[in-house]
Design a protein around this ligand. Structure first.
Ligand code: SF4
Ligand code: SF4
Length: 182
């Protein structure tokens, strides 16, 4: 008799265990899925996420980078190469005396530490939110100035350099000092 009672008790235990398992399954089945269908869907990155670099411009289109190489000096991975050149009256790229004629970042070396951004005196180089930088060839990981520089937002309206539009340094100084979406 006692053996029969033990058998029935074991069957009920099994049924309860099944019930608990299915309860969990059904609860999960009606919840909103957390899987993101990448690349059709993308999660927003955290505000402080450090992704692919950008070289910013002033609102008048001049480049913020003055070719000082402080970012290259601060880079622990020796990933940045800057070659500066002098601005002239007829060919001006930045408000300072010099600009970066060549600006390259080797993304294979980069560890996305953000030290370059910290070191930059003009806020020219920033790490943005872009993280899709996979590529097939090693050479394609050398990001040149042309690839890093943000497009001039005023390009559609007037893409002439500032000196050709008759703007002065005083005019520029009165404008906000930042541009380019991070
Ligand atoms: S994020 Fe760090 S490693 Fe990458 S270029 Fe800047 S300083 Fe160098
Ligand atoms: S990005 Fe900044 S620190 Fe680097 S060369 Fe340009 S101005 Fe200097």
């Amino acid at each position: 008799m006692a053996q029969e009672a033990n058998g029935i008790g074991a069957i009920w235990d099994d049924i309860r265990a099944f019930g608990a398992g299915f309860k969990t399954t059904f609860k999960r089945a009606i919840r909103k899925p957390v899987t993101v269908q990448y690349p059709e869907q993308r999660l927003p990155m955290a505000r402080r996420f450090r992704g692919l670099h950008k070289l910013l411009r002033y609102p008048d289109g001049l480049e913020k980078c003055i070719g000082c190489s402080l970012c290259a000096a601060a880079c622990p991975a020796k990933a940045i190469r800057v070659v500066a050149a002098e601005n002239t009256e007829t060919e001006r790229y930045s408000p300072g005396e010099r600009y970066a004629k060549i600006y390259e970042i080797n993304m294979i070396r980069c560890i996305f530490c953000g030290y370059c951004e910290e070191a930059c005196p003009t806020g020219a180089i920033v790490l943005g939110q872009q993280y899709e930088i996979a590529d097939y060839h090693r050479d394609d990981f050398i990001y040149t100035k042309e690839r890093l520089l943000v497009p001039f937002p005023g390009k559609a309206k007037d893409d002439r350099p500032r000196y050709q539009r008759g703007l002065t340094d005083q005019g520029r100084a009165a404008e906000p000092q930042t541009t380019g979406a991070l």
